[in-house]
Design a binder for this molecule. Sequence first.
Ligand code: GCV
Length: 671
Amino acid sequence: MTVPHVPGVHPAWLPPEAFRAAGARRVLVLGDDSALAATVRAEVADACERHGGAVAAPGEACDLVLALPSAGDLPPAVRALREPEPGAEGFVLGRADGVTAVLADDPAGLLYGWFEVARLGEAAFGEARPATAHRPALRRRMLDHWDNIDVHPVMGQVERGYSGGSIFWRDGALRTDLTRVRAYGRLLAATGVNAVAINNVNVHTAEAHLLTDRLGEVAAIAAELRPYGIRVHLSVSFASPIVLGGLDSADPLDEAVREWWARTTERVYETIPDFGGYVVKADSEGQPGPFAYGRSHADGANMLADALAPHGGVVYWRAFVYNHRQDWRDRTTDRARAAHDHFAPLDGRFRENAILQVKYGPMDFQTREPISPVIGAMPATRLAVELQVTQEYTGQQRHVCYLGPMWSEVLGFRFRGPGEPTVAEVAAGGGLVAVSNVGDDPYWTGHPLAQANLYAFGRLAWSPELGPAAILDEWIGLTFPGGGELVRGTLHEMMDGSWETYERYTAPLGVGFMVRPGHHYGPDVDGYEYTPWGTYHFADRDGVGVDRTRATGTGYTGQYPEPWSQVYESLAECPDELLLFFHHVPYEHVLRSGVTVVQHIYDTHFAGAEEAAGIRLAWEKLAGAVDPALYARVQERLDEQVRCAEEWRDQVNAYFLRKSGVPDARGRRIY
Ligand code: GCV
């Protein structure tokens, strides 16, 4: 095992400098003969070689010990740090008598502890520290890739990918050099991620074959990710028994179909014994599913769960099921209702190893949505919450949009009010999943600053209670070592409020979309207004917004328990930022903030575009302080962000001025 360093590829949050403090010391590893312990030894050797430290042998003096207590005698200084219990994948970190110790029950904990020491830097070797346990709050912390093997004629190699091609495949074949995949695994492990699904949930013909005759490619990717504790998962087509098996049905209750899945899954595990499981998008946006056979989604998921169970695998079954061929004239159909209507009645009917994967909002990864009511409605089902790191609707990695604050709000939301479980707690036994933003771009994420989102996802999946601003600072400190206060302060200033800035210049007050159909970039206020996708704002000359109340609308508010059911139903109590998601109101309706809806639209759009210009201006302070190529890449993206934000501002403001006839109270220029 060697630590992957890929020439020409940005090291992201793991530059060699990040390991200076540990690598300059004497480090003892007491591990077992597992692959993960070998990784920890390789990491330590690599860091010590670079920074002049030494790998200590048992019994020799050391400054840092990473140990499975079962693997040998701990140095006397840290024996007292044994408590508390680390738990699965966890570790205990402490420092006593000049020795820092990472103690774990399993080698995964040692690996995560090693990266925590890197995060702490010199601080890991300062004052004595009481032994503190670090344990992942969510058991499964997974990134989903929407990578295709073949370049799709519309969606390209990576669906909704803004970072170049796939790191796994190129031109229809697995890449020959997979070092970069291992480096990716290393970056993810450093944040706490432990699972990856390697292919698009829209499973096209070539990718369907990964399950059978192209399984070797999955095994090759698994081999690269395994040393960093990451289990590989595969998106599979529900129609596989037909497409690959030559059967005439994919009916989940058909014995021949069930047997096909059982046999096929057995072969997967013969090839990849630690395979994680399947991800399925069924009956959604044209993908096949159980509805074709009059079966429920529990029937579909359970069939796959049964095939996986003997091998310890799980199926992530997506709840993103809605009618994408609806009639815009029909006001009774509400896309926001769909997932709850389909899935809540199935609570308690899913197997233990079936995980229902629910997007955080009821629509589709918008900049602002209420939390999906499905998450609060299925106490007898294992749930995973799905986020989108790739910035499909949040600026496509051309805009700076740090999503940590949004995710933190999502994870901390309590369906039943204060003192009741948070979303993160509800999902603890299932997991946190996100669509990756990584591609073969030299900076991994197209926009170098979008790396912060990938980092924040992993950190929040491990510790949902971490503050997003603190995570941002961690990321800045690791990625720009030695940058000094100018770099740290400027990046913080540019990024910390960037999600809200983005929200200000795009669709207002939670109404969502208003993006250009198809590619979803840039403004198009009526782009989706008369389409079958169910994503409307209903603006007319009198007002705007979607009436989702029980009293007069689609009844969606009734999918929430109290207190939210009442809060969202009430025009007076509904939070401003979601007002137009829940209510259709006149333009002169006064928000809780005291401003009218239309004036709020003007004010926020002027402010948002101005803030985008401020972000660009701030970056100029860093000319000469960061790597010139990185500087130029960010600057080019910031130019586009400022242009696009002005376009959003002018189109949205012009639209609402023309619809409402209400002038801007401050007389600013609207076209
Ligand atoms: C993979 C949105 C995206 C689609 C994506 C889908 C999903 O609709 O626009 O590209 O498909 O979500 O999450 O399945």
